[in-house]
Design a protein around this ligand. Sequence first.
Ligand code: HC3
Length: 497
Amino acid sequence: MENDEPQSPDPSQDNSQTIRAQIEVIPCKICGDKSSGVHYGVITCEGCKGFFRRSQSSSVQYSCSRQSNCPIDRASRNRCQSCRLKKCVAQGMSRNAVKFGRMSKRQRDSLFAEVERHRQQQRLQCNSVLEPQTLPAYRPGKEPREQSSHLIPTLPPAYPYSVEPKLPGCPPEVHPYLECCIGEAQAPDLACRVSHRRSESNSPTVGRGFDSTRSTPEAILNMPCSEMGFRSFDPESLFFGYPTSLHIEELCASIVRSHRETTHYHPEELQTLRWKVFSRVEIHAYQSKSVDEMWQHCAVRLTDAVQYVVEFAKRIPGFRQLCQNDQITLLKSGSMEVVLVRMSRMFNMENNTVFFDGKFAGTELFKSLACSDLIAAVFDFAHNLCALRLTEQQMAVFSALVLINADRLYLEDRERVQRVSRDVKLALSHILHRDNQESLLLKLYQRVPVLKSLCAQHIEKLRWFRQLYPLTVHSLFPPLYKELFGFDTDIQTLATH
Ligand code: HC3
């Protein structure tokens, strides 16, 4: 195997076979093929290692004949060199990358932790191939004494990944669920972004970047910017006059990173899961649930999804600089909308199914919710947004735009929200211009009122449901769900209304 990386005495190489054997448990971060080790700073296969080496020769210039968002997997990796190189760089491949042998103990430990997670996932898949692979559910730690809100909770330790340094500047009186317990993804500065941009795993269950409750070693793929010489993104800079193009570039990068750290399953991974559809027996099992059982089931799933949206919001530069009331207001009014936007990422247009509970489900699976019109409208929305074929970057910035909406009711400092929203809108225009897809801008803006209408329909259905099953909502729906949709009324109030 040709050694393509700079030669250097490497003390760790005495057990290199063992290390390599361990790392090879993790698939190539570029195409998903069997990896052969850490190459140019990223775990890749021999093919992608060789491709990246050849791409670094100065004469090479690649261009994409499509929309620069070609899927790169084992079968398609040779179809578009431009997108393949883009993914290599996005995952952090670089000629100057740290060789495995030079990594700090902490970095190596993090790598081994990822190897162990992959091994565990393989063991679980062997043991429970039929079990739907759901996202880790929310399990609150110790209940805070006086929690006036379940919003913006500390997310469950679903991702044993890095705990980035606490954010500076969170006043001690900050709302318990807004507290700075999760580091903020820091935008790499422009100079470094191209060659060293941090990458994240693209494994479905290996998370991206947030675990606020456990101090786990830094994951090599989530090294804090400071360790890689990046200047952290200064959200305050968003408020100093009109943003420069550098600020917008950095805002884009930070939003995209936040999105990747708070979403599961890359589109390529969902592509490989498209064959996983529910059997008739499994669909019948869902349809046999009572209305209140199915509502409770979906409420839990929806709440899980909302928590990742909340974490996404907290990492949007400028969001945490808003007053607490406005952060809560934006989350209460926008989280469900972003969940529906993200739902389009997991939608299969060929059979109109959405990835739910670990498999792809059609509208018929939700029949026992007894709200077929809402389900149909939600699926229509997901289908139409999916048809725009947004890239993950476009999806990320559009999600931020949906969330940071200065038109929301009850905002205290609307002007401040408007400034953040203005920059996010500029970021969306910037990304679409860069992708030669300015025509998408109007189409995306046209989706915003549809989202609002869907969420209004959803609240109406929820009011109907609560009249029929007040105790279910009160006792069995997640607290965060009740607060999000304004149903955290105590049972006495319910009894008198
Ligand atoms: C929207 C939805 C509930 C949420 C479901 C989610 C978004 C949950 C997260 C999964 O990762 C993806 C997903 C797939 C299907 C989504 C459901 C489709 C229909 C259903 C209703 C519209 C809302 C259900 C009412 C309730 C009880 C959740 O409020």
